[in-house]
Design a protein around this ligand. Structure first.
Ligand code: PEP
Length: 248
């Protein structure tokens, strides 16, 4: 039996509406226990539309590294907590690539999230070119060290999501073996900071996960769940993935 409870995260990105909130909450509410931990990260405006239910938790897709003040358009960790979020995705590759988020800001966001009582889901991953140049592990070590080298205590409060950029939204999922190899590297690498925290850390995989390919991924020893974009917008598919994760 696995010692880490699986976690399945829905990242709706800038998609969804009130109808999807209703359909998703109804579908998840009738799933029978035991379930994995299920987390829905809709656009923040919809957080308060979700009825409270024991079968799922709510999270955000991003937050400010600032606590309060004149930062137009930003949302603070405390505000997310007040809106019902327990988790927050940090450093998603779309934030890094499209909004210029650098390691230093991402590191600060992880700290601010933990200080506010939110669980950060730190996203790390390499580009296609970096993989072809065999720099995958080097890139991941840099992204992880940027957060945990100076702040190792944050590890015990984190989730890490391995998201190869070439697999996000492309239909080109990493093979279970490719993902497992990286997850094992992440766990071993982080053990230098806190061996126990690295052992119990949930390392989830993201990148074109579907109901058809999730079972083989969940069967790998170091894959503790999934972060799901496209398939999380389809109620039946997402529910099926959650159901399969509980058995892993
Ligand atoms: C993501 O949003 O991080 C993601 C993994 O998306 P998709 O499942 O669509 O590849």
């Amino acid at each position: 039996m696995r010692q880490r409870k699986p976690l399945v995260v829905a990242n709706w990105k800038m998609n969804g509406n009130s109808d999807l909130v209703q359909q998703m909450s109804e579908a998840l509410s009738v799933l029978n226990q035991p379930l994995p931990d299920i987390l829905i990260c809709p656009p923040v405006i919809f957080l308060s539309h979700f009825p409270k239910h024991a079968n799922y938790k709510l999270g955000a897709q991003n937050m400010s590294e600032q606590l309060v003040g004149a930062f137009t358009g930003e949302i603070s960790a405390d505000m997310l907590r007040a809106a019902g979020a327990s988790h927050v995705i940090i450093g998603h590759s779309e934030r890094r690539a499209l909004y210029g988020e650098l390691d230093a800001v991402i590191s600060q966001k992880v700290k601010v999230a933990v200080d506010a009582g939110l669980t950060p889901i730190l996203c790390v991953g390499e580009t296609q070119q970096q993989r072809e140049e065999e720099k995958t592990l080097q890139v991941l070590a840099r992204q992880l060290d940027a957060v945990y080298a100076a702040q190792p205590h944050l590890l015990a409060h984190s989730v890490v999501s391995y998201e190869p950029i070439w697999a996000i939204g492309t239909g080109q999922t990493a093979t279970p073996q490719q993902a497992q190899q990286v997850h094992q590297f992440i766990r071993q690498h982080l053990a230098q900071y806190d061996a126990h925290a690295a052992d119990v850390l949930r390392i989830i995989y993201g990148g074109s996960v579907t109901a058809a390919n999730c079972e083989a991924l969940f069967a790998e020893a170091d894959i503790d769940g999934a972060l799901i974009g496209g398939a999380s917008l389809k109620v039946a598919d997402f529910s099926a993935i959650c159901t399969m994760a509980k058995d892993s």
